[in-house]
Design a protein around this ligand. Structure first.
Ligand code: PGA
Length: 257
C-alpha cells in the first residue's frame, strides 16, 4: 500500500515571528517552481508565538502548520500551557506530541503523551507522536522493549480510526541534533517493529495506513535512502528545517526527485 510522504519541520525554540515569516517566504519562492508540497504533506511547526504569523504566511500554499505541544485540558488554571481549542482556532492542523526533548527536560511520560494525544484527536488536530530510545537503551539491546512501552502507553484507549490518522515519528534520541543518523537498515528495523506493535493493538489494516516518520539528523543527502525504506514514510526534521534551501531540498529528495 502506498502512504503519502509527510515531511514536518520542527523549529523547536527557534524563529521569532519575523524570522518565521522570512523562512516561509523563502520556502514559497523555492516552491513556486515545483510541486513537491502537493505530492507530499509538508508541515512547519513553529513556536507558539510565531504560529499566527506563519499561518498567515502559508495561506494560498499547500504548506500546513503544526504546533510543538498541546495541553490535555480544554482550558483552565494551567499557567504556560496551550489548549487544543487555542491551536485549532489559530489555524493549526498538526501537533507534535511527546518529543524526546519534552520527555527528557519537561517530565513528559507515556501517560501525559496519551492525554495530549486524546486532546489533539478531540480537537481534530493531526497528532505526530514521537517515540525513540536513548543511546544506552540501544546499546543494552532494549530498543524494541522501549518502543513497545511507548506505543502501548501512548496509544492506549484510542479507536482504530483515530490511530489511522495519527502519525508516529521514530526519533532515536542518540541521532537527534548529533549529526549521527540511524542507518536506513537500523531505522527500517525500528519502523517495522513500531508497525508490528500498532498491528497488534489496532489490526494490520490500520497499521498499514499509519504513517511513520523518521527523525534524527535527517538532511537532503540522507533523506532519499531513508524514505525509500518500506516502513519509512517521511521525516520529522529539526536542524535542516531551519533553512529554506535544505528543507525544500529534503522534501524533494524524500520524494525521490
Ligand atoms: P534534528 O532534530 O533533525 O536536528 O536531529 C529532529 C527532531 O528533534 O525532531
Amino acid at each position: 500500500m502506498s502512504r503519502k510522504v509527510i515531511i514536518a519541520g520542527n523549529w523547536k525554540m527557534n524563529k521569532n515571528a519575523a524570522e518565521g515569516k522570512a523562512l516561509v517566504d523563502e520556502l514559497k519562492a523555492i516552491c513556486s517552481n515545483c510541486c513537491c508540497c502537493c505530492e507530499a504533506d509538508v508541515v512547519v511547526c513553529p513556536p507558539f508565538t510565531t504560529i499566527a504569523t506563519v499561518v498567515e504566511a502559508v495561506k494560498g500554499t499547500a504548506i500546513k502548520v503544526g504546533a510543538q505541544n498541546i495541553h490535555w485540558a480544554d482550558n483552565g488554571a494551567f499557567t504556560g500551557e496551550i489548549s487544543g481549542d487555542m491551536l485549532k482556532s489559530a489555524g493549526v492542523e498538526y501537533v507534535i506530541i511527546g518529543h524526546s526533548e519534552r520527555r527528557q527536560y519537561f517530565g513528559e511520560t507515556d501517560a501525559t503523551v496519551n492525554a495530549r494525544l486524546k486532546a489533539a484527536l478531540k480537537y481534530d488536530l493531526i497528532p505526530i507522536v514521537c517515540v525513540g530510545e536513548l543511546l544506552d537503551e540501544r546499546e543494552n539491546g532494549k530498543t524494541e522493549e522501549v518502543l513497545t512501552r511507548q506505543i502501548r502507553g501512548g496509544f492506549e484507549g484510542i479507536s482504530a480510526d483515530e490511530m489511522a490518522k495519527t502519525i508516529v515519528a521514530y526519533e532515536p534520541v542518540w541521532a537527534i541534533g548529533t549529526g549521527k543518523t540511524a542507518t536506513p537498515d537500523i531505522a527500517q528495523a525500528a519502523h517495522a517493529h513500531i508497525r508490528k506493535e500498532i498491528a497488534g493493538m489496532f489490526g494490520s489494516d490500520v497499521a498499514e495506513k499509519v504513517r511513520i516518520q523518521y527523525g534524527g539528523s535527517m538532511k537532503p543527502d540522507n533523506a532519499r535512502e531513508l524514505v525509500a525504506q518500506k516502513d519509512i514514510d517521511g521525516g520529522l526534521i529539526g536542524g535542516a528545517a531551519l533553512k529554506a534551501a535544505s528543507f525544500a531540498g529534503l522534501v524533494k529528495e524524500a520524494l525521490g526527485k
